[in-house]
Design a protein around this ligand. Structure first.
Ligand code: F3S
Length: 76
């Protein structure tokens, strides 16, 4: 799986980076989080899932392996 932080939702709570520092890095500029671009290593998937659940802004989304990694907003 891959993971992405939605920049417009992240408020810099830093919980994600504390739970999975290998995956989430915080900007020195505004403290907002960014996720690694590649695949989440299998051994870190549980911690990434915890980070997704723990983010107060629900800013982190998991991209399943069978979906393209896209920044375009979901359309209904
Ligand atoms: Fe941002 Fe949520 Fe992490 S607000 S810094 S993605 S815990």
């Amino acid at each position: 799986m891959k993971v992405r932080v939605q920049a417009d939702k992240c408020q810099g709570h830093t919980i994600c980076a504390m739970q999975a520092p290998e995956i989430f890095t915080l900007s020195d500029y505004d403290g907002h989080s960014e996720a690694i671009a590649g695949e989440v290593p299998a051994g870190l998937e549980a911690r990434v899932s915890d980070a997704v659940r723990s983010c107060p802004e629900q800013a982190i989304i998991i991209i399943p392996d069978d979906e393209p990694d896209s920044d375009s907003p979901e359309e209904s």
